[in-house]
Design a binder for this molecule. Sequence first.
Ligand code: NAD
Length: 544
Amino acid sequence: MNNAIYSFRSPDNEPVLDYLKGSPERKGIEEELKRQTKLEVEIPLIIGGKEVRTGNTGKVTMPHNHGHVLGTYHKAGTKEVEMAIKAAVDAQKEWSVTPWTVRASVLLKAAELIATKYRHTMNAATMLGQSKTIFQSEIDAVCEAIDFLRYNAHFAGKIYDAQPKSAMNQLNRMEYRALEGFVFAVSPFNFTSIASNLNMAPVMMGNTTIWKPATTALLSNYYLMKIFMEAGLPAGVINYMPGQGSVIGNTVVASKHFAGLHFTGSNGTFNHLWQDVSKNLTNYISYPRLVGETGGKDFIFVHPTADTEEVAANAIRGAFEFQGQKCSAVSRMYIPKSLWPRIKDLMVDMANDIKMGDAADFSAFMNAVISETAFNDITAYIDEAKKSSDAEIIAGGSYDKSKGYFIKPTIIQALNPKFKTMQEEIFGPVLTVFVYDDKDLDEAIELCDTTSPYGLTGAVFARDRAAAEMICNRLRYAAGNFYINDKPTGAVVGMQPFGGSRASGTNDKAGGEFNLIRWVSPRTIKETFVPATEYKYPYQKEFE
Ligand code: NAD
């Protein structure tokens, strides 16, 4: 028996490899890209550790070459969802009482497998299936996925370590129980690491999950599920359920065992699920935990003292890397008139210089947007800007979906600060700029704070440190992740805990204790050593 009181030290972040020409990692990923390009993978459901094929199938294709099929997946129906609920509820009984260090070891082994044996597998599947460059994939599917796993083991230990005081004649303890039931993990297409964490954060704390992966990220997510199993995850702890969101969501949320939702995706889906939960509220064993990270309308606010080169380079990276499909992507900017001519020249030159192409082409800075639906939604915004007298397109504006869903990095100058593309999340390579008069700085800060309903990420660029602090304070609720002289993307686990409030979600900060604490239901246990034997108190003796 192991009686150690263990704590996992704060881990180092996984180093991002360079993939320079001639390096072993470059050779390895090029070979794996070729291998996966030739494969057509069959993706089953995985329920209670067993593969299930329903015969109701769909295709997985490359966004940058939509005629190329990477796989066929099986869709869950109501029957399979019911099976998954039973498997998750059954598995919870044992997993929730498995020593937490053993649970942590499964996460740590999964991290090691991704770092070594499956690094190229995860990168190639994410590059081909979600259309990412090697750099964008490496920081997501490998490094961030590993960091989430390692940090969760560390943070779990800190939670378990927090115990109440005991007075004389008593022992008080806090038991951090897993939730009673299962957690519904619903993941977005844009980060393979998020899909991993939405499951593994609750799993670390002893919960079991039903995992609804995004249909446009099934290849990488399927490999991830297989890695979890190879790492020793017992049957039924995570149940992998591709299929239609509404079919799966309706059945899951109607179950009395539904104990929590761990969601990342759009506001529409989160709001819909929350409303469904409200309708079913009296059916549940406990009040479910609802954790959701949703949309953003992320900004860069430029102060008149900012460095123009720094602003331009960070705006371009922040807006257009991964085709602007990061929840944190810069999509609106406020720029003073005095700096605009220089920043405009720099940004337009950089945007026009960007090369778009196949994910396997290492010279490309951008690839395709995820799907035809996304392509149509994003280009509708561009078309509206073309027609409007309130906006002018100053870079990009063209698109082509004949082979892949390619949209040129587009910069719109809004003449009206409330123009639609200054307010709504577009989730594509479209950046809108509003130029303010330097003397109207105050008004511009107010506009930045109030124009969009979101509050996810934002940045200020200023050389005047006092001005940067003033703007940081004025925009206190405009962003849950705020940056000074940096782009508002690229949060690193353990360094910049991530999440926003307002319409951007419940702000439970993925990858930290704030998040993990949502997946436990603590029980306080008091033991009295010498219990009372009389019902009266001592001062009442005189009345006897
Ligand atoms: P989405 O809402 O379309 O899909 C998210 C998931 O919900 C998918 O798995 C989808 O199949 C599922 N789904 C849809 N309808 C459902 C239903 N009725 N029941 C159950 N599941 C259902 O989002 P997306 O397009 O995959 O991701 C993009 C969105 O995610 C953007 O709005 C982006 O800002 C947001 N996002 C936010 C963060 C953050 O941390 N705040 C991070 C990444 C992405």
